[in-house]
Design a protein around this ligand. Structure first.
Ligand SMILES: C[S@@+](CC[C@H](N)C(=O)[O-])C[C@H]1O[C@@H](n2cnc3c(N)ncnc32)[C@H](O)[C@@H]1O
Length: 289
């Protein structure tokens, strides 16, 4: 039977997204949430048994302190597998996102599917992108609003493949999706097969620089501010004049910092979408350059 290390923390509900984001960055393979009274939530983050849970705990504490994120309690342990993933799946019923999408955890029969929505079946496994996170939802809403049919689409940091799959449903012509994590690329491919769009998506292992120099009409990147800032020049190189760029994984309070960086580019601000603390910036490259 498999063993897992896990980290259990209690935090205020308002800090849930930020804490989950830090745990995903530390490599958690799944998170369980238990909502408590008095606006608190207990989260249990599972890590592989080979992970060094003491070091992970220290890192997490340090990152929370740096981010001014108060922890009400924190503990770590090793646990025999209780099929947490199955449990997670049971907690998530099919749900609608935006005006066009209907997300279905793979094991759900999901009948009936609303007629005016595109179903996306997902088995996220160890990849981020179940569609429950605000940043993913903001990206999906940007796609349904701005991505026209027969356009070329690039998904940077594809995770479960959710945004690339959504782009094919909206009629994108050529879809390329990259991710630095080889496990994630396998999961994204499997999800594309489940959604019968594998032949329309080219999955690339690596950063944006690995996809070559071809240009796209729409780029989406749900990463972190640091990675977005680092890759912005490479993104612009691959965006056609008049093309759209949707950037998420950015916290609202980070916007002033990012705006300074944006002013150095020729990108035109289109919209700021917001859910909780998270934003998605929709930008456009001028027709002239
Ligand atoms: C927050 S998840 C987003 C997943 C999915 N696109 C979504 O919106 O739900 C970010 C993904 O980006 C990947 N990633 C991190 N740094 C990257 C980089 N420099 N280039 C490409 N992918 C990266 C991670 O492995 C992870 O799968």
């Amino acid at each position: 039977m498999k063993q897992w290390n896990f980290l259990q923390v209690s935090i205020h509900l308002r800090d849930l997204d930020r804490a989950s984001g830090l745990l995903w960055n530390l490599g958690t393979q799944g998170i369980e949430e238990q909502h408590l009274k008095t606006s608190k939530v207990r989260i249990k983050a599972y890590f592989d048994a080979a992970s060094d849970i003491r070091t992970l705990t220290q890192k997490f504490k340090f990152q929370c302190a740096s981010a001014s994120l108060p922890l009400h309690s924190i503990s770590s342990k090793t646990e025999i597998e209780r099929d947490w993933f199955k449990k997670w799946r049971e907690q998530v019923n099919p749900f609608a996102v935006g005006q066009r999408f209907y997300l279905i955890p793979c094991q759900e029969p999901a009948n009936p599917i609303p007629e005016d929505r595109f179903p996306i079946r997902l088995e996220p496994g160890m990849a981020f992108g179940t569609g429950t996170h605000e940043t993913t939802q903001l990206c999906l809403e940007s796609l349904e609003q701005y991505l026209l049919p027969k356009r070329d689409f690039l998904d940077i940091g594809t995770g479960s493949g959710i945004l690339a799959i959504a782009a094919t449903k909206l009629g994108a012509r050529r879809v390329v999706a990259c991710d630095v994590d080889p496990v994630v690329i396998r999961i994204a491919r499997a999800n594309a097969v489940i959604n019968r769009c594998a032949s329309k998506i080219k999955f690339v292992l690596g950063e944006i620089t690995e996809i070559g120099n071809s240009r796209f009409d729409f780029l989406v990147a749900n990463l972190t501010l640091e990675i977005v800032e680092e890759s912005l020049f490479q993104m612009l190189k691959r965006l056609r004049p008049g093309g759209w760029l949707a950037l998420s994984g950015i916290l609202d309070r980070q916007l002033p910092q990012f705006n300074r960086r944006l002013r150095e580019t020729s990108l035109i601000f289109q919209e700021r979408k917001k859910k909780g603390e998270w934003i998605c910036l929709v930008l456009r490259r001028g027709q002239g350059g």
